[in-house]
Design a binder for this molecule. Structure first.
Ligand code: SF4
Length: 711
C-alpha cells in the first residue's frame, strides 16, 4: 500500500484523459491535491494543458461520489451493502471458482479499460489466461482503436504508429480524417495551429461530415457522407496515379500488392466518388494534389475511421496513400492514428485484448502461447479464441458467459444497443464491478463492488499515441479501502489460485508495480516494440521514452529504412472495397445520426462530471440538427424531440447547427441516466461491427425525429 502522504510534495505524472498523454506536475499537501499544472519538461505537451487537464484537481474527491468501500448485494433487487474489502475479495474468488468448476473457464469474461495502467492490464491478463484459463478478456479500447490496430497490421505488419508529435512541426500537408482533434486531442491541435501559423506553405485538409472546430483550421474541408471514407481515399489514390504523384521506386522496393489495388481504384474516379461522398469532384482532386505534391504529408485520424463496420478498410485505404507516395518514416510524414484513451496503447502492449497476448503476440499462434506461458511460469495458455466486447456481452445475454468482471469502465452506458447490454448484465450470474467512481450506470448491476484507486493515487506506466511510455506517479494515498487495480486483481488471483492451482499463488505475489513492470517488459524482448531494457529507475533518469527502446535510447519514427515487420519485409497494399454504413436510412428512419465528444467532457462523465467548471460548460445533452431539419420537423430551438432508432428512443432538446448538412444529426456520447433524466445515445446505436477489428459502428445510426408529446 502506498504510504499516506501528509507532507507537501510534488510529483511528475501524466494526465489520465486522452491519448496525447500530457505530462503534469501534481502538488499535494496533507493527502489532498492542491494544484495540477502542465509539466514543462514532458515532450508530449511542454507544459501545455487543455481545459480537462487543468481541471484535474477538481475531480479528486473523497466523498460519496467515490466508491470508498467494498460492497456486496445480498440478492438481486436488494441494495448494495458495505463490507470488509477482504470479504469481498474472498467472495469474488469463491464465486468465480464455483462458476469455473461448474461451467468451465470460458464462462468467465473480463471487460477492462484504456484508463487502466499497463501494470493493471498485465496482472489481469495473467489472471485471465494464465490462471482462469480463458481468452475472454477484452476492453473498452475495442470501441476506440481496434480498427487502427488491424489497419496497421494488415498494411505495415505491426500495431505501431510510425510517426511522432514532432512531425506536426514538419508536415507540408496534414490530412485530418474522422478526428475532431480540437476537442479530443486539444494540446496536439494547438501545436498544429502554431505550426500552421509558422509555416504558410502547410495545407490542412479535414475530412468530417460535420464542420467541427477542427475543420475551421482547414484549407479544404471535405464534408463527406457518413461512412464514405474508403471511396474518397480510393479516389485520391486514383488521382495520385493518374497525375503521376506516386513514388514508383518506393512502391517497387518496399511494398507488394499495388497492381491489384491499382485495378481496384481505377473505377473510383473523382466524379464517381463525388456521387458517393457528396462532395465536389474538384475538391477530391485538390486534396489529392496537395497530398501528392507535399514534401512531407502527415495523416491524423481516429474515431471517425475506427468506429465503423468498415473501420479496418478505412484505415487501410488511408495508409495506402502514404505507401504509394513514400510518405512514411521521414520527418513530417506518416499515417498517425491518435489514440483515444490514455493507455489504450499500453493495454495492447500487455496483451489486454481478446485478440492479443503480451508483447504484441497472437493467441492463435502456438509458439506465442508457449513463449508467454514460459515467461509466466504456467503450464500453458488457452487455445479457444476469446470473445471481444460485443461478443462478450452477447454471450452473457444468452447465458453462455456467467461471470463478468468489469474494471474502470461503464458498459451500461458506453456499449451500443443498451437494451441488450443491460439484459446481459441482468442475466449474468455474477457481475463484479471494480470501480473508483460512484456515478456510473454499471454499478446498478453489480453483485460485488471492489473499491479501486484512480488518478492521482496510483503508480505505474502508460503509453501515449506516439509510443511514449511515461511514469504515472501517485501524489496521494487512495481514500477509504480503495486499492490500485493491479493489487485488487492480484489479491483475488492468490485466493483463486488456492482453489484452482495452488502452485501458482506465488505467481501473483508482487511487492510493487515496479515488479509487475519488470515481468511485463520481459514479454517485449525481441518483439517489434521491444522495451525490455526499461525499468522505473531508467524512466526516472531519462524521462518518458518511445518504444522500441534499444541500445539505451527510444525511437521517434519507424520504417525510415523501408523495412517493415512483415514476413518479407515489404509493406502491403490490400485490395479493399467500399462498403456503405451498416444501417441505411429509410423512409421510417431518414436521418443520419453521428456521435462524438465535447471539448470539456470525457466518456460517461464519471470524472469530468465532478468538476464544476467542466460540467457548467455544457450541462445537458442536446440533439444538433441543421435549421432546415428543425423547420421540416416543426421544432423550435430548445423544444423536446423524440429521437427513435430501430432499438430504442430518447427525448431530448434540439438545437440548430448550421455546421451540419441537412439530414445529419449530432448527439454527444457522454450523458446517461447517472447525470440526466434520459438514457444516453447508446439506447439508439447498433451493435454492428467490423469483421476484422470487431469494433462497433458507434459513428452512424439511422434515426427518426418528431416533436415529443409528453404526459
Ligand atoms: Fe489531458 Fe489530453 Fe488535455 Fe493533454 S490534451 S491535458 S492528455 S485531456
Amino acid at each position: 500500500r502506498i504510504p499516506l502522504v501528509d507532507e507537501r510534495r510534488s510529483v511528475a505524472s501524466v494526465c489520465c484523459y486522452c491519448g496525447t498523454g500530457c505530462g503534469v506536475q501534481v502538488t499535494a499537501e496533507a493527502g489532498r491535491v492542491v494544484s495540477v499544472v502542465g509539466d514543462a519538461h514532458h515532450p508530449a505537451n511542454f507544459g501545455q494543458l487543455c481545459s480537462k487537464g487543468r481541471a484535474l484537481g477538481d475531480t479528486v474527491r473523497h466523498d460519496n461520489r467515490r466508491v470508498l468501500q467494498a460492497m456486496l448485494r445480498p440478492a438481486r433487487g436488494a441494495a448494495l451493502q458495505p463490507v470488509e474489502r477482504e470479504l469481498a475479495i474472498s467472495q469474488v474468488a469463491d464465486r468465480l471458482a464455483g462458476i469455473i468448476e461448474r461451467h468451465g473457464p470460458d464462462a468467465v469474461g473480463f471487460y477492462l479499460s484504456g484508463q487502466l495502467l499497463t501494470e493493471d492490464y498485465a496482472v489481469f491478463n495473467k489472471l485471465a489466461r494464465g490462471l482462469v484459463g480463458t481468452n475472454n478478456l477484452d476492453t473498452n479500447s475495442r470501441l476506440c482503436m481496434s480498427s487502427a490496430v488491424t489497419g496497421y497490421k494488415q498494411t505495415l505488419g505491426a500495431d505501431a504508429p510510425p510517426a511522432c508529435y514532432d512531425d506536426l512541426d514538419h508536415a507540408d500537408c496534414v490530412l485530418i480524417a474522422g478526428s475532431n482533434m480540437a476537442y479530443a486531442h486539444p494540446v496536439l491541435f494547438r501545436r498544429l495551429e502554431a505550426a500552421k501559423a509558422r509555416r504558410p506553405q502547410m495545407r490542412v485538409i479535414v475530412i468530417d461530415p460535420r464542420r467541427t472546430d477542427t475543420a475551421h483550421l482547414a484549407d479544404l474541408h471535405l464534408a463527406i457522407a457518413p461512412g464514405s471514407d474508403v471511396a474518397l481515399f480510393h479516389a485520391m489514390l486514383n488521382v495520385l496515379i493518374w497525375e503521376g504523384w506516386v513514388d514508383n521506386d518506393y512502391i517497387a522496393r518496399h511494398t507488394e500488392g499495388f497492381a491489384a489495388l491499382k485495378a481496384r481504384v481505377h473505377e473510383f474516379t473523382p466524379k464517381a466518388a463525388a456521387d458517393v461522398c457528396g462532395v465536389p469532384a474538384d475538391d477530391i482532386v485538390q486534396a489529392a494534389r496537395w497530398f501528392g505534391q507535399a514534401g512531407a504529408a502527415l495523416s491524423l485520424y481516429t474515431m471517425g475511421l475506427n468506429q465503423s463496420s468498415s473501420g479496418t478498410a478505412k484505415n487501410v485505404a488511408l495508409i495506402h496513400l502514404h505507401l504509394a507516395t513514400g510518405q512514411i518514416g521521414k520527418p513530417g510524414a506518416g499515417p498517425f492514428s491518435l489514440t483515444g484513451q490514455p493507455n489504450a496503447m499500453g493495454g495492447r502492449e500487455a496483451g489486454g485484448m481478446a485478440t492479443l497476448l503480451p508483447g504484441h503476440r497472437d493467441p492463435a499462434n502456438a509458439d506465442h502461447r508457449a513463449e508467454v506461458a514460459a515467461l509466466w511460469g504456467v503450464a500453458g495458455l488457452p487455445v479457444q479464441p476469446g470473445l471481444t466486447a460485443i461478443e462478450l456481452f452477447d454471450a452473457a445475454a444468452t447465458g453462455k458467459v456467467k461471470a463478468l468482471w468489469i474494471a474502470a469502465t461503464n458498459p451500461a452506458s458506453s456499449l451500443p444497443d443498451q437494451a441488450k447490454v443491460r439484459a446481459a448484465l441482468e442475466r449474468a450470474e455474477l457481475v463484479i464491478v471494480q470501480e473508483a467512481f460512484a456515478d456510473i450506470e454499471t454499478l446498478a448491476f453489480a453483485d460485488i463492488v471492489l473499491p479501486a484507486a484512480t488518478w492521482p493515487e496510483k503508480d505505474g506506466t502508460q503509453t501515449n499515441s506516439e509510443r511514449r511510455i511515461s511514469r504515472v506517479r501517485a501524489a496521494i494515498a487512495p481514500p477509504g479501502d480503495a486499492l490500485p487495480d493491479w493489487q485488487l486483481a492480484a489479491a483475488v488471483a492468490q485466493k483463486l489460485a488456492a482453489r484452482l492451482a495452488p502452485t501458482q499463488i506465488t505467481n501473483f505475489a508482487y511487492a510493487s508495480p515496479a515488479d509487475v513492470f519488470a515481468e511485463h517488459v520481459a514479454t517485449t524482448a525481441g518483439r517489434d516494440l521491444d522495451y525490455s531494457a526499461l525499468d522505473y529507475a531508467t524512466l526516472d533518469q531519462l524521462g518518458p521514452q518511445q518504444w522500441p527502446f534499444r541500445a539505451g535510447q527510444g525511437t521517434s519514427r519507424l520504417y525510415g529504412d523501408g523495412h517493415f515487420p512483415t514476413a518479407n519485409g515489404r509493406a502491403r497494399f490490400v485490395d479493399v472495397g467500399y462498403q456503405p454504413v451498416a444501417e441505411a436510412t429509410s423512409a421510417h428512419y431518414p436521418i443520419h445520426l453521428t456521435t462524438g465528444r465535447l471539448r470539456d467532457h470525457w466518456h460517461t462523465l464519471a470524472r469530468t462530471g465532478l468538476a464544476p467548471a467542466l460540467i457548467r460548460h455544457v450541462e445537458e445533452p442536446v440533439l444538433s440538427l441543421h435549421p432546415a431539419d428543425l423547420a421540416r420537423y416543426r421544432l423550435a430551438e430548445g423544444e423536446l424531440a423524440r429521437i427513435k432508432s430501430r432499438r430504442g428512443s430518447l427525448v431530448l432538446p434540439v438545437v440548430a447547427d448550421d455546421q451540419l448538412k441537412p439530414g445529419l444529426a449530432f448527439l454527444p456520447m457522454h450523458w446517461g441516466r447517472a447525470f440526466v433524466a434520459s438514457e444516453g445515445v447508446n439506447a439508439l446505436t447498433l451493435p454492428a461491427f467490423d469483421p476484422h477489428s470487431k469494433q462497433p459502428e458507434l459513428k452512424h445510426t439511422a434515426i427518426a425525429i418528431a416533436p415529443a408529446k409528453l404526459g
